[in-house]
Write a new protein. Structure first.
Length: 135
């Protein structure tokens, strides 16, 4: 039972109550599983490893001799370390954008673009705009 007059509550709302009505799909998925803390630690790392593999394959198409070094530069960059080192709302959409870039000329290339707005609507709108700009 949550006490409504607790001095540690921010704005007199319980934090658990805000988690229960969260609109973010990652929060809902973590709420369904009992090991939310473990998933919050390993999901960004898993998506980071998958993203590096996709980046290597993308770089290998355009920079065949410098793909490995380019991946090392990306891995050492602070934005990449923050994006895939912490649990935030952007690591899944960025991985889906990389998946779209990897399979851009295939039959199901737009499936990742359709999934992006589920996780982050701002990145989804930007990815649809850039898809039209790259044509």
């Amino acid at each position: 039972r949550i006490v409504s007059n607790d001095g540690l509550l921010f704005g007199a709302d319980a934090y658990l109550h805000k988690l229960a009505i969260s609109e973010k799909p990652l929060d809902i998925l973590l709420g369904l599983f009992g090991a939310g803390d473990i998933l919050m630690f390993f999901l960004p790392i898993f998506f980071g490893v998958i993203s590096i593999l996709m980046l290597y394959l993308i770089f290998r198409k355009y920079l065949p001799f410098d793909a490995f070094i380019s991946c090392l530069v990306v891995i050492a960059s602070p934005p990449f370390l923050y994006l895939f080192g912490t649990f935030n709302e952007n690591f899944v959409p960025v991985s889906l954008v990389l998946l779209w870039l990897l399979f851009k000329h295939s039959k199901f290339a737009y499936l990742p673009l359709l999934l992006i707005p589920i996780f982050n609507i701002k990145v989804g709108i930007c990815s649809l705009y850039y898809d039209k700009a790259l044509k």
